[in-house]
Design a protein around this ligand. Structure first.
Ligand code: CP
Length: 333
């Protein structure tokens, strides 16, 4: 059965842990300058309806390092949704590439691409979720967790708005048994509908979820403190109201960090509004792991590409390659 990476909850804890083990293997190989060219000759179609630095660069570089090729496809440059249906775009692009990554304004667009594509589709962020980011985040947590703690012992405290990253973090914590707290004004906390989506996952994994408007109390036993933008593209009209709701109580600054254990690490998916949801002192401080997170996007994308594409690639024998080369050379005279 063709599988896509559009939603964390579509994957079991065992599968997510296996992909993170693969990420570790590929990261180690990369550090030794020995990234295996497992996807030689393969192609990745990258659809971006919104701007991106980390997602775009990490997927393109990952594909290149694995021996493949990536195409950057923007609305206006391809017909997606404008002069051609999503169905036709998905069907056509699938005939030419081995995997599709898509960042779309609406989650439904990624769902439609996955419905009609005949190759795996990887969600590179929608208005609902950001699964590649949070898989990378948990991998980063494994690298920076206190030595005596396993994933199930960790507590991630998200301070800020219920963004797509926040919701996805709740999903992956629920799946993997990591305790998750969101500290935000009540109006900006994760919706009940999204909380209901993880009830079964929490029951199975033992993950504890909490929602509070008291960030100082929330971080008291945090292993990781995470924040994200307080407003995104399209929310410009709400900036004064949002700033009023979050500032200063929900800003991750040195005063808030001082209320957490000294071993706590600071995380941000980036891009950030420095001086808004987090201060320079925290972002550049000794407890910050934000650039490790960014780098790990590369290693996570490599693992995802290998996980989804490698088993599907046709690998011709040297004899078959020579046979076809001979036929073409004979034709050319
Ligand atoms: N975190 C993240 O997805 O960054 P980009 O928007 O730069 O891809």
């Amino acid at each position: 059965m063709l599988r896509h990476f559009v939603q964390i909850l579509d994957f079991s804890s065992e599968e997510l842990e296996r992909i993170m083990e693969l990420t570790a293997l590929l990261k180690r190989a990369d550090k030794e300058g020995a990234c295996p060219r497992l996807l030689q000759g393969a192609s990745l179609g990258m659809i971006f309806e919104e701007p991106s630095t980390r997602t775009r660069v990490s997927f393109e570089v990952a594909m290149t390092k694995l021996g493949g090729h990536a195409l950057y496809l923007r609305p206006g440059e391809i017909h997606l949704g404008a002069r051609e249906s999503i169905k036709d775009t998905a069907r056509v692009v699938s005939r030419m590439v081995d995997v599709i990554e898509a960042r779309t304004l609406k989650h439904q667009t990624v769902l439609d691409l996955a419905k009609y594509a005949t190759v795996p589709v990887i969600n590179g962020l929608t208005d609902f979720n950001h699964p590649t980011q949070v898989l990378c985040d948990v991998f980063t947590m494994t690298e920076h967790a206190p030595k005596d703690k396993k994933l199930r012992d960790l507590h991630l405290v998200f301070v800020g708005d219920a963004t797509n990253v926040c919701v996805s973090l709740m999903f992956i914590c629920a799946r993997l048994g990591i305790s998750f707290t969101q500290a935000a004004p009540a109006k900006y906390q994760v919706s009940q509908a999204h909380r209901d989506m993880v009830k079964e996952a929490c029951a199975a994994s033992g993950a504890r979820l909490a929602f509070t408007d008291d960030p100082a109390a929330a971080v008291a036993d945090a292993d990781f403190i995470y924040t994200d933008l307080w407003w995104w593209i399209g929310q410009e009209d709400e900036i004064p109201e949002r700033r009023e709701a979050f500032m200063p109580k929900f800003q991750v600054n040195e005063a808030l960090l001082a209320k957490a254990p000294a071993t706590a690490r600071f995380m941000h998916c980036l891009p950030a509004s420095r001086g808004v949801e987090a201060t320079d002192e925290v972002m550049d401080g000794s407890q910050s792991v934000i650039y490790d997170q960014s780098e790990n996007r590369l290693h996570t994308e490599k693992a995802l590409l290998v996980w989804f594409v490698y088993p599907r690639l046709k690998r011709a024998s040297d004899a078959l390659l020579a046979h076809h080369r001979g036929l073409v050379e004979a034709f050319l005279g």
